[in-house]
Design a protein around this ligand. Structure first.
Ligand code: PCA
Length: 327
């Protein structure tokens, strides 16, 4: 498959011909992402792809396959690992079943604003890089979603109000959190959210104003409680084998574009928070500041989960938390 693409690149180079020099090593990289086109993360990786194309004069072209169209979310990491695709984007904390350190950013109330999220990523990056290296993968950049809030069909004044509610989850940590508040979690990918609510599979969720607004949450819930529980991240990884096949100038261009994409992505995420919260409001969702009782209850659960996380994350977790707390 990769050979076919490369020879296509060569043929295209010849066909374009006339004054335009396309190197014989021109390549097209397929890049799967679970998220739809209008997601700010997807817009950011589209800008990243455009930057790479420009900086390499078309020598490396990254073709984005959004909304799980090439590989489903649970398959993306292994598709890059197995060499089916050279690059991909996924939700970092999905890998917490491989090692708890991958899930640090989804620990309830560990890092709840952009400054702390940045400190956490600085602390997490070396650990994540070392763990992915063992799988032949290299992180290129990582960008957070806006702070996660609570979407429900009624006002939630305390943890007790969540009891028995069918709850949408997106990773194992959120599933645990939902279980601990007495809700009943089910995993649902972003493109399937409206359908899952419409059919009654789920009745509530914790996600960003971004995903809530893009999913038109006003069609199926009434309240958004701004609990700012954590800022989980997406990560873009490249296969080291594919990276090594690039010439030095192309490698450098890719790394430079990744640096720019990380910075741009964090800025986009920050802007997204206010803009999308307003869209929720404008469409009739009641945006609620959480009661002290609700926050106390949720934070207590989060503190208990952190104790378990520390045990699970071992020495990597210790290194990570030490670095985070030192900042
Ligand atoms: N949106 C994604 C991940 C976190 C977020 O804000 C989701 O809901 O799956």
């Amino acid at each position: 498959m990769k050979l076919g693409k490369r020879s296509f690149g060569v043929v295209a180079g010849v066909a374009v011909g006339l004054g335009m020099t396309l190197s014989a090593t021109a390549a097209t990289w397929d890049m799967p992402t679970p998220y739809p086109d209008k997601t700010f993360h997807t817009q950011n990786i589209a800008a990243f792809a455009a930057d790479v194309k420009k900086a390499t004069s078309g020598k490396l072209e990254i073709k984005i396959h959004s909304a799980g169209s090439l590989f489903k979310h649970p398959e993306i990491k292994n598709a890059v690992r197995g060499g089916q695709v050279p690059i991909g984007e996924f939700f970092l904390s999905r890998l917490s079943n491989e090692h708890a350190a991958f899930g640090a950013d989804s620990q309830p109330f560990l890092a709840t604003n952009y400054d702390d999220a940045k400190k956490l990523w600085d602390a997490q990056r070396p650990v994540v890089t070392a763990l992915l290296e063992k799988q032949g993968l290299m992180p290129l950049f990582s960008v957070p979603w806006p702070p996660q809030g609570l979407y429900t069909k009624k006002e939630i004044k305390s943890v007790a109000d969540l009891k028995g509610i069918k709850f949408r989850a997106y990773n194992a940590t959120l599933e645990t959190f939902a279980n601990k508040v007495g809700a009943a979690p089910t995993q649902v990918e972003v493109p399937d959210i409206p359908q899952a609510f419409a059919t009654g599979r789920v009745e509530a969720m914790i996600t960003s104003p971004s995903t809530g607004a893009n999913s038109k949450a006003w069609d199926f819930v009434t309240h958004y409680t701004d609990i700012q529980a954590w800022l989980p991240k997406n990560i873009v990884v490249v296969s080291k084998k594919a990276f090594r096949k690039l010439d030095k100038a192309t490698q450098d261009a890719l790394l430079e574009a990744a640096k720019v994409a990380e910075k741009r992505g964090w800025e986009m995420s920050m802007k997204e928070t206010a803009v999308k919260t307003k869209i929720l409001k404008d469409n009739g969702i009641i945006v609620v500041t959480p009661s002290a009782e609700l926050m106390d209850g949720l934070k207590k659960i989060g503190a208990g989960m952190l104790v378990d996380w520390k045990k699970a994350a071992g020495s990597e977790g210790e290194t990570l938390l030490k670095a985070y707390n030192a900042k």
